[in-house]
Design a protein around this ligand. Structure first.
Ligand code: AMP
Ligand code: MN
Ligand code: MN
Ligand code: MN
Length: 284
């Protein structure tokens, strides 16, 4: 397989903070020409069996996926796991622990919002949650848009849900070592998600990739909905520098909110090893 493959290895369903079911996502991906697909819900693999079956039903190849929340140098970093065995006990237990603090965190977020006059945000966000274990900032954002506090979810994040803002709560997610360990222990490949989003200094970013490699991480997202064209070039160079395979994924969440449609990003640049070459044995 070459880099010229319409692979979309990053997106979210109602099992985390997306708005479509795994089945609707599979149909949408196929209708946009996706040839190899992975559903990568945040900290949760409850949608994997449905996604794999739905992919099969529409004639699309599938690889299992997850996106694990990690705390590294005080920031939240996302690590995608591809080709994981979803029955692996350590992985399942690790994900359960990672999800664990979300409800309390959400209550603290609502307390912060109440202090600036936005009441009832916890109950409001819950209206948008289909998996009670997975309350995310995205659900708060949808509630604040729906109630007219902000025009769109971007504005909610900018004004209320990011560091220093009233609804932001410091949270400790999994360690980088644990997340990479759970993924590799479950037979999968760990991939650094959307690295440009973290705004690390060059030294911090070097530390991220060095430690990630050291723990057994093997890939990096180069072409993602979170990167500009210039960032594709930057992270193609990072993949080469650190000997990492390259991944491609839209990070699609919702037809109304997502600016990147499933399966519509440019192909991976040439000269890289696509993650799907190394995942061949894990593709269904
Ligand atoms: P959480 O895991 O609860 O911290 O929520 C993180 C999720 O919020 C991400 O996966 C995105 O879906 C969403 N998100 C983060 N930043 C933004 C933003 N600026 N605009 C819209 N959605 C965002
Ligand atoms: Mn999300
Ligand atoms: Mn992410
Ligand atoms: Mn994502």
């Amino acid at each position: 397989m070459t880099s010229i493959l319409n692979a979309d290895l990053h997106c979210h369903s109602v099992v985390s903070d997306g708005t479509l079911t795994p089945e609707a996502l599979a149909e949408r991906a196929a209708s946009h020409g996706v040839e190899l697909w992975a559903l990568t819900d945040h900290d949760e693999i409850g949608g994997q069996a449905r996604a794999a079956a739905a992919a099969k039903a529409v004639g699309m190849r599938y690889v299992t996926g997850v996106e694990i929340s990690v705390t590294f140098l005080g920031k939240t970093v996302h690590i995608v796991g591809l080709g994981i065995n979803t029955d692996n006990a350590d992985l399942c237990e690790g994900l359960e622990r990672t999800r664990g603090g979300r409800r309390l965190r959400a209550q603290d977020m609502a307390d912060g919002l109440a202090k600036v006059g936005i009441k009832g945000a916890f109950e409001g966000a819950l209206q948008y949650v289909s998996n009670p274990d997975l309350i995310s900032r995205t659900h708060f954002a949808r509630h604040l848009v729906e109630t007219g506090v902000c025009r769109d979810t971007n504005e909610v994040f900018r004004k209320y849900l990011t560091e220093g803002k009233p609804g932001f709560v410091e949270h400790r997610w999994a360690s980088l070592k644990d997340a990479v360990g759970w993924i590799t222990g479950a037979g999968g490949m760990a991939v650094v998600a959307h690295p440009a989003r973290y705004k690390f200094t060059p030294n911090e970013e070097y530390a991220l990739f060095t430690e990630f490699k050291g723990h057994g991480g093997r890939g990096v997202e180069v072409v993602t909905g979170s990167h500009s064209a210039a960032e594709y070039v930057t992270y193609a160079a990072t993949a080469q520098e650190f000997g990492l395979a390259a991944s491609r994924g839209s990070d699609f969440h919702s037809p109304l909110e997502s600016h990147t449609e499933l399966g519509t990003l440019p192909y991976l640049p040439g000269g890289l090893t696509p993650v799907w070459e190394l995942l061949a044995a894990r593709i269904q």
